[in-house]
Design a protein around this ligand. Structure first.
Ligand code: FAD
Length: 603
């Protein structure tokens, strides 16, 4: 039981840590200093638009005003209307399109898949089962994405708030929790959650408290910038390296932190960057609402994407599905470096389309494939090829009962009547486990019942396997998922799997490993009318739905800031067009002469 003595102990540790933080030197201080400087608040200076500047730097993490910005749109109409082609209709591309059409531009989108949404997409099989690319949860600090959802009318309607508890499921049905429900908010609620958790034994709790007490998080409670700068400096080491440096023990990593690391980046603590993990804990420690989880009421297509697509289509944005971009048609300088994008070739016929500005809002494999080789002459594009991605396999299993109902066998077997609206049996929350190979999972028929609950049927478990399971056959993954569920929910052995599906993504998120953060490109590129978006681009947050949203808003701001004026994107486009028109007669003449020459040769 959590006592006032343990609060006093943690407070004391916190106080000691706060005073000793300035003496903390990360292992690779010499190299990491430059990383921190690169991405500190000063980094915002390298963006042109005020909007993008506000999205980076320490204050952007806690800036709730960003929600209003995302909700209200860019707040500016450009004088010039650009013809803009956006490649990729994941969240980043669609959100960029929302702002750009509102700023007065003519926007057309091209998506390789037959549906929008990218890594958050969902679709229906021939028997009307909703399949998902992966399980998606919304942290309470998703200010930008929540703003977009308010703008498209889906925030209040389509999100279900979960109990403020992060639940761990262990072998034999033993539950542990980080329970953030406490009358006093952050940071006390966080301290109590770690002090009370059943997931760790007393010794591990002690070492955990000592390590967290000496972390940048504690410094951030009194000096947020100082704490955040320390976190940024930790991108060169893994979470394990950081955690075990000053008192953290393997037990906490094995029983708790690994599950959280897998849930954040599909990597364990030995692989994930300390910066990535501590960024999230920093938010949890400072803002109570940051660790509150929400899930969609139903599929992402209905709950998230349809409202965005409606918004876009009502404003005249054309979304071409199943129409991949095959080529970036561009001009080069004398050294063969790209200078300007003329247009893109799309679809199976490689139809050529001209644009004033092109945005590639792609995933990492997509951008690597699309960029022509000569773009790598620029360091910024070349670095993208060093970004690695993690594989995942999403398994969905339908049962004839309620899998996560641990206490009452009769309730577990009861699928009679109407149990819609989350009234099915079991746990209505995201679940973590270190005793399975899927680190996070949920029963969608309970957590997101909208289209996932089916009358007369039970749980729809959705579990995301990482690299450990990726190479196995679909059949094997279904078997392994079932066996492992039975291990952590022993009573579920009495239930049968009635339907299953497996979706594999060989390259999903970029790998949040040490040293990767500095490889992420900015949205504006050395090719003035070519821009990048996507959660892997630099947006000061993890590869996530919020990250994708931030990148979409930032790219729109950067385009809007450059559209007008004598050196703006429209002026550049008109100038290039005029140069082409002027060169056309000479080119035509040369072509005629060539034809005549070959005709004479043949004669
Ligand atoms: C299994 C899984 C679970 C996740 N869980 C969470 C979670 O719980 N919470 C969270 O916040 N985030 C989660 N994420 C991360 C989140 O889904 C992504 O960070 C986010 O969706 C990325 O959006 P994006 O628009 O940047 O990229 P994408 O969604 O990858 O969109 C890129 C689009 O470009 C298209 N494309 C590629 N090449 C071409 C081409 N040549 N022409 C046209 N189109 C092309 C692709 O088809 C795709 O639609 C999860 C991801 C996965 C894989």
């Amino acid at each position: 039981m959590f006592s006032s003595r343990s609060i006093a102990f943690l407070a004391a540790v916190a106080a000691v840590a706060t005073s000793s933080c300035s003496a903390f030197v990360p292992r690779s201080a010499a190299t990491s200093r430059s990383t921190a400087q690169l991405y500190s608040t000063a980094e915002s200076d390298s963006f042109v638009s005020e909007g993008a500047k506000k999205q980076v730097g320490n204050s952007a993490f806690l800036n709730e005003d960003l929600m209003a910005r995302a909700q209200n749109g860019p707040g500016k109409k450009n004088e010039e209307s650009l013809k803009i082609g956006i490649v990729g209709a994941g969240l980043a591309g669609m959100i960029a399109a929302m702002d750009l059409v509102d700023a007065g531009h003519e926007v057309e989108m091209f998506e390789a898949r037959p549906f929008v949404g990218g890594k958050v997409s969902s679709w229906m099989d021939k028997d009307d089962n909703h399949i998902e690319m992966g399980l998606h949860v919304f942290f309470g600090c998703y200010y930008n994405l929540f703003g977009i959802m308010k703008r498209t009318g889906s925030f209040d309607k389509n999100l279900r708030v979960k109990e403020h508890v992060h639940t761990f499921v262990n072998d034999g049905g033993k539950l542990g929790a980080l329970d953030f429900r406490f009358p006093i908010g952050a940071p006390v609620s966080g301290l109590t959650a770690f002090a009370k958790t059943e997931q760790l034994g007393i010794e591990d709790k002690f070492h955990n408290a000592v390590r967290l007490g000496t972390s940048p998080i504690v410094r951030a409670l009194v000096d947020f910038d100082g704490g955040m700068d320390m976190v940024r400096e930790l991108d060169e080491i893994t979470f394990t390296e950081w955690f075990t440096q000053l008192g953290g023990k393997r037990g906490s990593l094995d029983r708790m932190w690994d599950a959280i690391a897998y849930a954040l980046g599909f990597l364990d603590c030995n692989d994930i960057s300390a910066r990535a993990m501590l960024t999230i804990f920093m938010l949890f420690a400072i803002r109570t609402e940051a660790s509150v989880l929400r899930m969609l009421d139903g599929s992402p297509q209905t709950g998230l994407h349809d409202p965005i697509v409606n918004y876009l289509e009502e404003r005249g944005v054309k979304i071409n599905l199943a129409t991949a971009c095959k080529e970036l048609v561009h001009d080069v300088d004398h050294d063969g470096k790209p200078t300007r994008i003329r247009g893109i070739k799309v679809g199976s016929e490689a139809e050529y389309k001209e644009y004033d500005t092109v945005i590639a809002a792609l995933d990492v494999p997509g951008i690597k494939k699309l960029l022509p080789e000569n773009f790598r002459k620029y360091d910024m594009f070349d670095k993208i090829y060093s970004l690695e991605c993690v594989p995942i396999a999403t398994v969905q299993l339908r049962f004839d009962g309620w899998v996560t109902e641990l206490n009452d066998d009769a309730r577990m077997m009861d699928i009679s009547g109407d149990q819609s609206d989350g009234r099915g049996g079991g746990i209505d929350n995201l679940l973590y486990s270190v005793d399975t190979e899927f680190s996070c999972f949920a029963d969608l028929a309970v957590t997101s019942p909208g289209e996932y609950y089916k009358e007369g049927e039970g749980s729809l478990i959705q579990a995301v396997f990482d690299a450990r399971g990726f190479t196995r056959s679909n059949k094997q993954l279904v078997e392994d998922c079932t066996t492992q569920l039975n291990k952590v929910f022993p009573s579920s052995k009495k239930l049968n799997v009635t339907w299953s599906s497996v979706v594999k993504l060989g390259q999903s998120l970029y790998k949040e490993a040490p040293g990767q953060d500095k490889l992420r490109p900015k949205q504006a590129t050395p090719v003035p009318n070519f821009f990048l978006a996507g959660s892997y681009t630099y947006q000061d947050y993890l590869d996530s739905m919020e990250g994708a949203t931030r990148s979409g808003l930032m790219v729109a701001d950067e385009v809007i800031a450059r559209a007008d004026g004598p050196t703006g994107l429209k002026a550049m486009s008109l100038e290039a067009q005029a140069a082409n028109d002027a060169a056309a007669p000479a080119a035509e003449e040369a072509e005629k002469e060539k034809t005549l020459f070959f005709a004479q040769e043949r004669a």
